[in-house]
Write a protein that binds this ligand. Structure first.
Ligand code: DX5
Ligand code: ZN
Length: 224
């Protein structure tokens, strides 16, 4: 079953960190319910962003759904801290831990929604055993670490594969895609059946953010 209404999660990685309150207001006013929060440790990915305190400080200014993407080694070390900081969804990488089931169970036991992310070089079949337990699958359509990279077209095939698996097996996850998503790339992932998209540079470089969100939803609907 394909979601009719595209969910949009703007990534604050593309915002000005020194004026995060304005960025959160812009996201709220654009008409989306989510904010994508990219946490990078300089080990799992070649970039460093911020830690739980930043998430906690943002929480004071926003009631958006915090969709926290942990691009860190052994994410289980920090799940509790990011949950306490006000996360609603925590997504961990399959490649970052030997214990995905344990980590996903811990996120859920804390009352949050849990997601599993896969890098461009990781196949859907390698996460098949965890699929019954997750609320989201995040398909990385760029190599994680930086915003503003080019979309890897083959990622749409993973979205279609995840859709088919969900239908066949009766799973409940939403399929999210992250990296290089814009008005140019939305159609291929929407026709593959994506439920949710992350948009960093395309969202923040758009002068009319509400128009961007409406346009993306319209393009997705046309492509379904
Ligand atoms: C990449 C991050 C993405 C990034 C997306 O490592 O996980 O969330 O912010 O940025 P764009 O939309 O610019 O590709
Ligand atoms: Zn991300």
């Amino acid at each position: 079953m394909k979601n009719v209404n595209l969910l949009i999660s703007p990534s604050i990685l593309a915002a000005d960190f020194s004026d995060i309150v304005t960025a959160l207001d812009e996201i709220r006013e654009s008409g989306t319910d989510y904010v994508h929060v990219d946490v990078m440790d300089g080990m799992f990915v070649p970039n460093i962003s911020f830690g739980p305190k930043f998430v906690k400080d943002m929480r004071k200014h926003s009631d958006l759904i915090f969709d926290v993407h942990l691009m860190i080694e052994e994410p289980e070390r920090y799940i509790k801290q990011f949950a306490d900081a006000g996360s609603d969804i925590i997504t961990i990488h399959h490649e970052a831990t030997r214990h995905t089931h344990k980590a996903i169970s811990e996120i859920k036991a804390l009352g949050l929604e849990a997601g599993i992310a896969i890098n461009p070089g990781t196949s859907v079949s390698s996460i098949s055993a965890i699929l019954p337990f997750v609320d989201y699958v995040l398909v990385m359509s760029v190599n994680p670490g930086f915003g503003g990279q080019s979309f890897i077209e083959e990622s749409a095939n993973k979205v279609a594969e995840l859709c088919e698996l969900r239908d066949n097996e009766g799973y409940n996850y939403l399929i999210n895609i992250d990296g290089g998503i814009s008005e140019k790339t939305i159609k291929s992932v929407a026709s593959a059946g994506v439920d949710m998209i992350v948009a960093g540079s395309a969202f923040f470089s758009s002068p009319d953010k509400k128009g961007f969100v409406e346009n993306m939803k319209r393009l997705a609907e046309e492509a379904r």
